[in-house]
Design a protein around this ligand. Sequence first.
Ligand code: GAL
Length: 696
Amino acid sequence: MTSLPPASSHPAPPPGPQPRPGTRRWDERLGSIAYGGDYNPEQWPREVWEEDVALMREAGVTLVSVGIFSWALLEPREGEYDLGWMDELLDLLHGAGIAVDLGTPTASPPAWFFHAHPEARVVTRDGTVLGFGSRGMASPSSPAYRAAALRITTELARRYGDHPAVVLWHVHNEYGAPVSEDYSPTSAAAFRAWLQDRYGTLDALNAAWGTAFWGQTYGAWEHVGVPALAPSVVNPAQRLDFARFTDHQLRACFVAERDAIRRYSDRPVTTNFMAAECPATDLWAWGREVDVVSNDHYLTAADERAHVGLALAADLTRSVAGGTPWILMEHSTSAVNWQPRNVAKRPGEMARNAFQHVARGADGVLFFQWRASRSGAEKFHSAMLPHAGTSSRVWREVVALGADLARVGELRGSRVRAQAALLWDWESFWAQDLEWRPSVDLDHRERVRAFYERLWRDGITVDMAHPEQDLSGYPIVVAPASYLLSRAAAENLTRYVEGGGTLVVSYFSGVVDEHDAVHPGGYLAPLRDLLGVGVEEFLPLREGQRVRVAWEGPRSAEGEHELTADVWSDELVLAGAEVVATYLDGPAAGRAAVTRHRRGAGTGWYVSTRFDVEALATVLAGAYADAGLAPAGLPQDVEVVRRRGAEADHLVVVNHGDQPVAVPADGVDLLTGEPTGSSVKVPAGGVAVVRVAPTS
Ligand code: GAL
């Protein structure tokens, strides 16, 4: 079996791809930012292919992903391959100058596979066996599935490894979706093996899982099982390990396919992540296994500020890529079809979305999908070529975007440098998501988004960072939801602050270790010396309850003296920190709400309650001052990100507002070709990409 790093080790920082020497660049033949999408011509008669290719050229398409769901056609019966149509397709695309990102079709095994291997089907936590007729139905632990996936992948790699059209391999599709965890007997056996590898002895397992509680002590390995539904809450350490195991199994499937491809091809290998959306994959580890990071992103229609969520996802993707350029593998031209209410994008929105990703490091902009499907589950999903055809707004915008991306090709390869890091740890999120936490209102996604949005509104570019990675380059680090915090992470944060950094820690952080066991010494214990404060008791608030907080620390001119907050408070015990804000009422009335502590050359802040994005302006003002930062003072709903290149920098300006704006930028707007003078004027809903002098 393919070897992975030991299950218990964190991915060693820094993050990012580490391609084998000799791996080609995916974009070496693409003149500009890559443009295109998933292309599924097998759903259409042959004559449509010619029209597709002609229209792709009209739209400026340079890269398409093919074969992602084609297993049943490529291998109609076990061991019998029908690759003629793929030969023809690749030759057609190559002849038209369109490069190919070739999929391995392993996200959707054929009917014959499940007929032969019913044991490979996924079983849900409540014991339901998931049937055929969809996708993503095979257990990542199934030996039969793994063998079949390797066979078809090897066949494709052998045949197309050197094909001139192929510039990139797209393994599988969105590992972890639509299902990730599998509770089948096959999975249970693999889980036991993984645990034996991780813990060595049953004693170590019993200690790590705290099985003395509720009488769960194991006396034989074969008694250890998957954390299926039980009468009450299942051991949280067991569930956390099951989440790690699930991630490991999925990653092992990827690595096996990647290595099979590498035997026959020097083209880079990727798999499309869902950075902010797929909770099951620890992308810090995955980012090191791919040759180039790619990501899928869809707006959440119910979120009226979904463009901020998009920016977060793009920044996370770049961070997983270790700052290297990445590919936006999928987004949508307009509505998706799988949300409760699928809101169509308004004119200009698709281009703003695309340029947001480019601003934050994407060197490729692709969609799901090229031509809207007439049949199947996704027929109401938008596409580059919609059901309405070429006399449609979406098509006109698709053609215009292709032309605009061709104008900004010189951006390729340039980097984004962030001023702030926001701690992001999938393991911590897995742990916090388990049941019986002190309040159902604790929501790490909400806290991360709120702090992120504050930084976004202040025009401060953000990287996400693993709590154990080197943070010394960032003036400020925010820990919005570091519930699970290892000793090593706490030591890393301490080093960061002592070295001059500014750290802001939000409530419900530093609570448990990697086994979901409360830290000796109590909540926040590993950060107590650093922050100069401890948490004696959690004081969660009732539903809807609000508390008043007197702000005594530094304030911006418009900052409030009195703030309100909700969801949470702590009974804090000062251990050297100064009090910056005090509760005026609620269960912690009269006690510290926000603290600040000098430690070494830096400062640690602790925020013990939930402030909204507006109130966070006041809360972060003091921390910015400690970090030597200030809000950029941008017009509302305008984002500006700098991509730094060797010859020039580029400012990507996206105006999400309904008023025209002028943003300081002295250079040339690549989209209009015009010099900007001292500032670039961007119409309501518009975009500018300004080449400016490089900064050091
Ligand atoms: C993605 C998936 C695509 C398509 C798309 C629709 O998650 O990878 O195959 O289903 O969603 O939005």
